[in-house]
Design a protein around this ligand. Structure first.
Ligand code: FES
Ligand SMILES: [Fe+2]
Length: 391
């Protein structure tokens, strides 16, 4: 062991990586064949966040969702149940619904090609043929049903008949957000962005704060530990020097005087009444379900960021801002205080992700290297590898 290595100090409990780790192959971020493999193995096997349950407000409301080259049709039945199907007719495979959202006619789901008609439960009710050939039975041709989970007002779908257990797709216990009563919140604002990067570039950026001081000057002021390029106290190899220091530069949380992630640090919505003192002090709580969504809870609003892959180097991002219903009618609250702040931070991330994507094409750059602060990227990359290897 060299003298230099002996002199390295890492306190017990240090969260960072202790050796240099090679990243994923660069080609995995732009190669079309690899992208197709990730769609199959990752996007078509895991739970994907589709929309809020309230977006399918009444019976016969529908939405379509493009995931890779698949189109999912979500429909609310007369029985109030939300169901999902491949947006494909069982006759000769025409797409059933062309719009991204709307309300189906009383007749149900009618194919625009030869008018096969299905119930909202996906049963084939009628064809347009004069007679049916021998052996043809309506019951043999229902729509291709897909699993749906409704959780706290969020609708998730899976393009596989056997997705993993829903709770296992989150990195925290599902009950961790109970104090926010997510099911009762309403969407006050939406932002949409198309980012010219591979979906993994976005998640890698999400998983580190090494970029925070240079990319997010405003956020780095609001959350002082981010200004030190760290996510948590134990990301500092010498964290024990400040083990009990509650200064937000060491302990995390918001700068003095700030209560939420907003332009002026003030709440943009009516604060949630049941959030614990510890969670209020922390200022943010993240929960992640790769590959499609993360949820961030603040004291006054919840941000839901959904990603969908549009191509090897193109990703769609949508951001929903959830508030207590009383916030939206209140003249005393300006939700744009939160929306503008998020827009700044997410635009900074989107731009830097696009820059990352561009550089990945260098013929000499076969893979990157992960630095100690990037331990969560390593977990993400290990997950990608494991998913690709899963039979
Ligand atoms: S393809 Fe749908 S009715 Fe023919
Ligand atoms: Fe960022």
């Amino acid at each position: 062991m060299s003298t230099r290595q002996l002199s390295v100090r890492r306190d017990p409990g240090y969260a960072g990586l202790t050796s240099a780790v090679t990243g994923l192959p660069s080609a995995w971020y732009f190669d079309a064949a690899h992208y197709a493999r990730e769609l199959e193995r990752i996007w078509y096997r895991n739970w994907i966040y589709a929309c809020r349950a309230a977006d399918l407000a009444t019976a016969r409301s529908f939405r379509t969702l493009a995931v890779g080259d698949q189109s999912v049709l979500l429909v609310r039945g007369e029985d109030g149940v939300a169901r999902a199907f491949h947006n494909t007719c069982r006759h000769r495979g025409a797409a059933l619904c062309r719009q991204s959202e709307g309300r189906l006619p009383a007749a149900g789901i009618v194919c625009p090609y030869h008018a096969w008609r299905y119930s909202l439960k996906g049963e084939l009710l009628q064809t347009s043929s004069k007679v049916h050939g021998d052996g043809f039975e309506l019951r043999d041709y229902p729509l291709y049903a897909l699993p749906v989970t409704e959780w706290n007002g969020f609708l998730f779908v899976a393009l596989s008949a056997n997705p993993p257990p829903f709770s296992a797709s989150f990195d925290l216990p599902l009950g961790r957000f109970d104090d926010w009563h997510l099911g009762e919140l309403v969407v006050g604002h939406r932002l949409e962005k198309t980012i010219r990067c591979n979906w993994k570039v976005f998640w890698e950026n999400y998983n580190e704060c090494l970029h925070c001081p240079s990319v997010h000057p405003r956020l780095a002021q609001l959350v002082p530990i981010f200004g030190r390029a760290l996510l948590e106290r134990r990301d500092d190899p010498a964290w024990q020097d400040h083990a009990h220091d509650e200064d937000p530069r060491y302990g995390g949380g918001l700068r003095a005087g700030a209560e939420s992630w907003s332009m002026d640090g003030k709440p943009a919505g009516v604060p949630f009444p049941d959030v614990s003192a510890a969670d209020r002090k922390a200022g943010h709580l993240y929960m992640t379900s790769v590959p499609s969504v993360f949820i961030v809870a603040h004291i006054d609003y919840v941000r839901v960021v959904r990603l969908l892959p549009l191509g090897p180097e193109l990703t769609a991002m949508s951001i929903e801002f959830l508030f207590l219903p009383e916030t939206l009618g209140s003249a005393a609250h300006d939700i744009m205080n939160a929306v503008e702040f998020t827009d700044i931070v997410m635009s900074e991330d989107a731009s830097i992700c696009e820059l990352n994507q561009q550089g990945l094409h260098a013929r000499a750059h076969t893979a990157g290297v992960l630095m100690p602060e990037e331990y969560a990227i390593r977990q993400f990359q290990d997950w990608v590898r494991a998913e690709l290897a899963r039979p």
